[in-house]
Design a protein around this ligand. Structure first.
Ligand SMILES: [Zn+2]
Length: 153
């Protein structure tokens, strides 16, 4: 399992205040959570399109979220429960797999990962971040479901 799995419900959505322009110590500032609700609805719609007719119950939906995707995993998990109400996905859980940001530093010719400071500079030579290799993902990767054959007899 390449990424840690968090199960819903785990934590409350952190209420963050916007840091001053040059202070990144509090991490990035996140806008109100309407954003995640709209993503959750899109996710549910997409999952339903790919759900085969023989699926009787959806167990879980897996998504990969990059550190630079601008989506808060906890908030998305919370909104997912709301977005699935009345759909074939109701009662299923959203499994968020975090993808760290990574880029290629042309000066060091090495891969660098985004750390907690969210500063897009090479930690070794200080060069600005080059081409992003990972971190913008927002992908539905799999849907776990039961069929009639899985039901206990
Ligand atoms: Zn470097």
């Amino acid at each position: 399992m390449p990424f840690p799995i968090r199960r819903w419900p785990t934590r409350k959505v952190p209420a963050r205040r916007p840091p001053s322009e040059h202070d990144t110590s509090a991490g990035p500032y996140y806008a109100p959570r309407v954003h995640e609700l709209s993503i959750a609805h899109s996710l549910v719609e997409l999952a339903q399109q790919h759900l085969p007719p023989e699926a009787t119950r959806v167990v879980a939906v897996d998504v990969r979220i990059g550190a630079l995707a601008g989506v808060v995993g906890d908030a998305l998990e919370f909104c997912y429960a709301i977005a699935t109400e009345g759909t074939r996905l109701q009662g299923s859980i959203l499994r968020v797999h975090d993808v760290p940001g990574a880029w290629h530093c042309v000066v060091c010719d090495a891969e660098r990962t985004l750390d907690a400071t969210f500063v897009l500079r090479c930690q070794v030579c200080g060069a600005p971040a080059g081409d992003l290799l990972a971190g913008r993902e927002l992908e539905l990767t799999s849907i776990e479901y039961d069929t009639a054959e899985d039901a206990p007899r």
